[in-house]
Design a protein around this ligand. Structure first.
Ligand SMILES: [Zn+2]
Length: 42
């Protein structure tokens, strides 16, 4: 169990898409501030 890593992400605010305002579940940094829907619609 890596609790320290879990607590680190729990302290982070939820990501939100800058296009539609949808909450981004993914933690991938490459996604930036856009959800998967807005990325595919580009
Ligand atoms: Zn979006």
């Amino acid at each position: 169990m890596i609790q320290s890593s879990v607590e680190f992400f729990k302290n982070l605010p939820p990501k939100q898409c800058t296009e539609c305002g949808k909450k981004i579940e993914e933690q991938h940094e490459c996604y930036g501030n856009h959800c998967d829907h807005c990325l595919s619609g580009e």
